[in-house]
Design a protein around this ligand. Structure first.
Ligand SMILES: [Zn+2]
Length: 452
C-alpha cells in the first residue's frame, strides 16, 4: 500500500482509538442507540448488496426499515456454520473489493474449513477495540512501562494473518511501536520455555489451551519458567485445571477475551474478571435456545452473533456454536457494556452418549486430566460406537498405564456400552487445526438440524 493509504489508515486507527477510552463507560442508552443504528445499516447494506439476504428478507416480506433495532434481528433467520463453510462466496457483498480483503481459514463444526473474509475497515476497528483489553491489562499492578508482550501463535495461523494484514497498511514507524514480540508455538516445549525465559515478558497472549499446556508441562517437568505479570487468552477455552495451576501455583492472573475468526472482537474481561463485557458496538449478540428463540439473561443458550462493522461479507444471526449466558446485573467496574456471565466453550465440544445425553467438555476434561501422566489430550468421537484419542504422556510416567486409564475414563464418560470401541494413541504433542486452534473434544456425531 502506498504511503498516503498507510497514513489514512493510521489516522482512522487513531480516531477510533481515542473513542475507545470512553466508549465502554457510555450511558447505556447511547450504546444502545449506536448498536441499533449499526444493526440497521448492516442489514440495509446486506439487503442491497448480498443476494442471499435479499432473498430471505423478501421471502418473509421484510424490508430494511423493518430491522431498525438490535431486537428486530429476531425477525431474521439464523445462519449455520455449514452454510458459510459450503457457500462462502454467497455471503460476499457485490461492493467488496476482493483483492483487499483479509481472508482467514478456520475449522468448521463439521471439521470442514471455513473461509472468512473481512474488509480493512473491520480489521482496523477491531484493532482499535483491542484498546479495551489493553486498558484492562495496563491496570494490573507492577506492569513495567515498555516491558515486552509476547504473542505465542502458530506461524501461519490467524494471528499471523491479521498481523501481516495490519503491517502492510500502516506507516512502518507506527508498526515498529505497536508490534509485539511473536514466538512461534510450533517449537519443542523446552525451546518455548527457553524463549519465554529469555524475553521475560510482562504479558503473554495465546490460545487458552496452548498457554495451559505450556505451564502444565513446565510444572510437571520441574522446568523453571518465567512468570509474566498476566496472561491473556482468547479464541478458545482454557481447561479449568490449567487456569487454576497458572493462577495458584504460578501466581499469574489469567484474563480472557471472546473472539473468533468470524467476529474479531466479541467480548473481553475487565479487572474484576467476573464474566466478559460484550463489545456491543462491534457485534449484536443474542442468546437463543434449541429452537432459536431468545432466552432471558441468566439462562444459558447458544451465542448468535451479527457483525456490525464488516461490510465485505456480512454475517447476520450467525450461530457461533458457543454456549453462553447473559449476566443479570451490571459489573462493579462501572463499564456499561453488558456482560456475559459465562462462556462454556463450544456447543459441539460434547460427547454424545447412546442414550442421547451430551457430556460437555467442561466435564470431560477434568475427568481426563485426573488420569496420572496425562498432560495433553485430543478426543474425536467419530460415531456413537467409536472414539479416538491422542494423549501426551508426561515424562516419567509409563505410557501404557496412562493410555489404559484414559480409555477407562472415556468409556465411563461416553456411557459404558459393550460395542464401544476406544482407541488411544500417545503423541509428542497435540496438533493445531488450520487456524492454530486446538480442539480438545470434537464430536462428529450429527447435531440436531439447524433451526430457522
Ligand atoms: Zn467489568
Amino acid at each position: 500500500m502506498n504511503i498516503a493509504g498507510r497514513i489514512g489508515w493510521a489516522a482512522y486507527l487513531a480516531h477510533h482509538a481515542r473513542r475507545e477510552r470512553s466508549l465502554p463507560w457510555w450511558p447505556p442508552e447511547r450504546l444502545q442507540a449506536l448498536q441499533d443504528r449499526r444493526v440497521h445499516e448492516i442489514v440495509a447494506h446486506a439487503y442491497a448488496t448480498v443476494g442471499r439476504y435479499r432473498r430471505v428478507m423478501d421471502e418473509r416480506g421484510l424490508r430494511p426499515r423493518d430491522i431498525a433495532t438490535a431486537a428486530d434481528l429476531a425477525k431474521l433467520p439464523l445462519v449455520g456454520a455449514r452454510e458459510l463453510s459450503e457457500h462462502p462466496d454467497s455471503f460476499l457483498s457485490s461492493t467488496a473489493d476482493r483483492s483487499g480483503l483479509l481472508e482467514l481459514t478456520t475449522t468448521g463444526t463439521s471439521g470442514q474449513a471455513k473461509r472468512i473474509r473481512h474488509d480493512a475497515r473491520a480489521v482496523f476497528m477491531a484493532w482499535a477495540a483491542g484498546g479495551r483489553s489493553r486498558a484492562v491489562a495496563a491496570s494490573v499492578p507492577e506492569l513495567r512501562p515498555g516491558a515486552p508482550t509476547v504473542y505465542l501463535a502458530p506461524p501461519q495461523g490467524t494471528y499471523a494473518r491479521i498481523r501481516d494484514y495490519q503491517r502492510d497498511r500502516v506507516p512502518a514507524a507506527l508498526w515498529r511501536r505497536a508490534e509485539p514480540v511473536s514466538v512461534s508455538i510450533d517449537a519443542r516445549h523446552a525451546d518455548l520455555v527457553a524463549a519465554i525465559n529469555q524475553i521475560a515478558p510482562d504479558t503473554i497472549v495465546a490460545f487458552g489451551r496452548q498457554l495451559g499446556s505450556l505451564y502444565r508441562r513446565a510444572h510437571e517437568a520441574n522446568l523453571p519458567i518465567h512468570a509474566p505479570r498476566l496472561v491473556w487468552y482468547g479464541g478458545d477455552a482454557m481447561p479449568d485445571a490449567d487456569r487454576r495451576l497458572i493462577e495458584e501455583r504460578f501466581g499469574i492472573p489469567v484474563f480472557s477475551s471472546y473472539q473468533s475468526c468470524e467476529f474479531l472482537r466479541i467480548a473481553f474481561q475487565c479487572e474484576r474478571r467476573d464474566g466478559l463485557h460484550v463489545s456491543t458496538d462491534q457485534v449484536a449478540l443474542r442468546v437463543v435456545d434449541a429452537d432459536g428463540r431468545d432466552v432471558p439473561p441468566g439462562t444459558p443458550g447458544e451465542a448468535v452473533v451479527t457483525g456490525l462493522v464488516d461490510r465485505a461479507a456480512p454475517l447476520i444471526n450467525f450461530r457461533l456454536g458457543d454456549r453462553v449466558a447473559l449476566a443479570t446485573r451490571a459489573c462493579s467496574c462501572g463499564r456499561t457494556l453488558p456482560r456475559l456471565a459465562s462462556l462454556d466453550g463450544r456447543v459441539e465440544d460434547l460427547l454424545v452418549r447412546r442414550d442421547g445425553e451430551r457430556v460437555h467438555e467442561s466435564l470431560v476434561l477434568p475427568r481426563l486430566y485426573r488420569v496420572p501422566g496425562l498432560s495433553g489430550v485430543a478426543v474425536v468421537q467419530r460415531t456413537l460406537g467409536r472414539i479416538d484419542a491422542e494423549v501426551v504422556v508426561s515424562p516419567g510416567f509409563e505410557p501404557g498405564a496412562t493410555i489404559a486409564e484414559t480409555g477407562i475414563a472415556l468409556r465411563e464418560l461416553a456411557g459404558d456400552a459393550a460395542d464401544l470401541e476406544i482407541r488411544v494413541v500417545p503423541v509428542e504433542r497435540i496438533a493445531a487445526g488450520p487456524g492454530g486452534k486446538i480442539r480438545a473434544v470434537t464430536s462428529l456425531v450429527d447435531r440436531d438440524p439447524d433451526p430457522g
